[in-house]
Design a protein around this ligand. Sequence first.
Ligand SMILES: [Zn+2]
Length: 312
Amino acid sequence: MPARWNADNRPPSLAEFTARFPTDDACAAYLETRRWPEGFVCPGCSSCRGWKLQTKRWTWECRDCGRQTSVTAGTVMHGSKVPLRTWFLAAHLLATHSNGMSALQLQAKLNLGSYKTAWLLLHKLRRAMVAPDRMPLSGDVEVDETTIPYRTKDEPVAGGQGRSQIGKIAVIGAVELLEGNKPGRIRLEVVPDYKGPTLKGFIERNVRRGSHIWTDDNKSYYGLQGYGHTPRVIGKMAAHILMPWIHRVFANMKRWGLGVFHGFRDKYLNAYLNEFVFRWNRRHSYRSAFERLVGIGIAMAPATCADIRASA
Ligand SMILES: [Zn+2]
């Protein structure tokens, strides 16, 4: 995705970021104000009475139930041995870099000891990219399907030009159409097939009822309930002319996959799509993307390596 920021939404520079978060303590203080803007609240009994322990870093003890809570407990950073400042730097790079980065690039940038640490850090942050309370798309919405060639661990990019689904993953996407023929927010999901219930289920999960859906004349969309629907017969007219924005989204997403990851891997494709969606939906507000990412991370349950593998 091309960088499109102007002076107002330009992301903070690395120097600005470093000045704001010089130490782990500065990061913990930021988390504290984000998590408990009005002072400590015990996650166990909801008591507001507690004190900061002198003997354990960034940990509060509840006066009523005695429970001890670290400022990172229950967040994406929970139980991590990675220093807080490294987490913050990774979130900053992931949220503000217009193209994101691979685990290999992150390992080099942050001088991390192992590839696995970088990989896990990125995957945990990607999980934090989907806000549990995000608003569905609405208004006029273009919806279409595409396929993405994928590679397995040892293979170069597979797939080729054929119609077969072997070596390809089915993906469905939606984009809001704003006034002045501009694209709004997007959604992308890996789907098992292009059958009616699958495509309609995607729309119901991601688009507010009463919105108007624009598709090609794929019969699987017929009978969509609760939405306006205009299927357009593509015929000889190229699909990217009748459905310009969703095709632009698909093209950017595929180019991004090739550029940053040298082709997507099948197992974690949904995580990469979430990252792409996060970046697209905040492409005019890089400045707040980091706050958003850390905010979502705070609201989330902690994730372990096993959780991430289970969700793949
Ligand atoms: Zn308590």
